[in-house]
Ligand binder design. Structure first.
Ligand code: 4NP
Length: 149
């Protein structure tokens, strides 16, 4: 799960999917990272922690890290939150070796529409609820996919 800062959106996606994987007894490892370096080592934004907690998901132990090239090898699926993230990862993947792994997460709900998970950082709490609900729906679709593998 990849976003810009790894403190708002991708920690939520990480926590939500991890919990669902556990609930469905699936065997998969979830992680998250940011394309940017500003927040390395920081816990998630308090507003993400709070909306997750309200929904029974604990993300407060997560710490932000930056996406590194090895991640392309380490993970089978790389979900990005928006088209800027997609662009940033595509630039890192300059030989186009991993483009088949990189997916816009909301295409799980609305295939081919290339919608962005809105960046809630500069907004209010409602923005975090909108993000949570979008990611919860997307993660349900990812679980269905994993179950059918
Ligand atoms: P995220 O949100 O990419 O969902 O973690 C942001 C967090 C921090 C900043 C931008 C977006 N920032 O500019 O510091």
């Amino acid at each position: 799960m990849v976003c810009l800062g790894n403190i708002c959106r991708s920690p939520l996606a990480h926590g939500i999917l991890e919990k669902k994987i556990e609930q469905h007894n699936l065997n998969a490892i979830v992680d998250s990272a940011g394309t940017g370096s500003w927040h390395i080592g920081n816990p998630p934004d308090i507003r993400s922690i709070e909306i997750a907690k309200k929904n029974g998901v604990s993300i407060s132990d997560q710490r932000a890290r930056q996406f590194i090239k090895i991640d392309f090898e380490e993970f089978d699926l790389i979900y990005v939150m928006d088209k800027n993230n997609l662009n940033d990862l595509s630039n890192l993947d300059y030989n186009n070796k991993y483009s088949g792994k990189i997916k816009l997460i909301l295409n799980e709900i609305n295939p081919s529409e290339n919608m962005d998970v809105p960046d809630p950082y500069y907004g209010d709490n409602n923005g975090f609820k909108i993000v949570y609900d979008l990611l919860e729906n997307a993660c349900d679709k990812i679980i269905l996919k994993l179950k059918n593998e």
